[in-house]
Ligand binder design. Structure first.
Ligand code: SAM
Length: 160
């Protein structure tokens, strides 16, 4: 189904917005994947997906110390090719609409993507992972272990 004059699908709604006053994010590197067109990207990454690289800027290499202990890590990335003004979206172009915050669509006011990925190895500041779903060249925002030694423990249950 074709998109309308503003690139909107049937049922979609955009907002009139001031130019974004970005919160001065600091990208820490670049993600390398096999996908160069959004239509080829998986909707969500799979842990048995292809190997991808997260290439960190050299200034952050020392920040990886200890991360090799983790099999699964959380990645945050900036879906830089997304429009950011849709309030309602029709992901399947079939006229069925959803509010932006009821979707994991890349189209959102602040297009942050997140994924839990499998860490295969770290090679000179490049993390080799499986489980990503973003385009080649997507800016990297942050990396976190799934849990760490400093994660607060859950309080004991009453009566235990
Ligand atoms: N896993 C993340 C999440 O749940 O937050 C992202 C999910 S989003 C549905 C993944 C889709 O975003 C891909 O299928 C592709 O269509 C699109 N995408 C990937 N990289 C992008 C980029 N750099 N800019 C805009 N859209 C992108």
């Amino acid at each position: 189904m074709s998109n309308g004059p503003e690139g909107l699908r049937p049922g979609e709604q955009s907002a009139e917005l001031e130019p974004a006053n970005d919160a001065r994010l600091r990208f820490i590197g670049t993600i390398r994947t096999p996908w160069h067109d959004r239509r080829d990207c998986p909707r969500q990454g799979r842990l048995d997906g292809p190997e991808c690289q997260m290439v960190l800027d050299p200034v952050w290499h020392a920040a990886l110390q200890g991360l090799e202990e983790y099999d699964t890590i959380e990645v945050l990335y900036w879906l830089d090719q997304s429009r950011r003004d849709l309030v309602r979206q029709s992901p399947k172009s079939d006229g069925q609409t959803f509010g932006t915050f009821a979707l994991r669509s890349p189209v959102r006011p602040n297009p942050i993507g997140t994924a839990m990925v499998k860490l295969l190895r770290i090679e000179k500041g490049t993390l080799v992972v499986r489980g990503l779903d973003c385009l080649d060249g997507t800016p990297l925002i942050d990396i976190k272990p799934d849990r760490c030694a400093f994660t607060p423990k859950a309080p004991p249950k009453a009566g235990s």
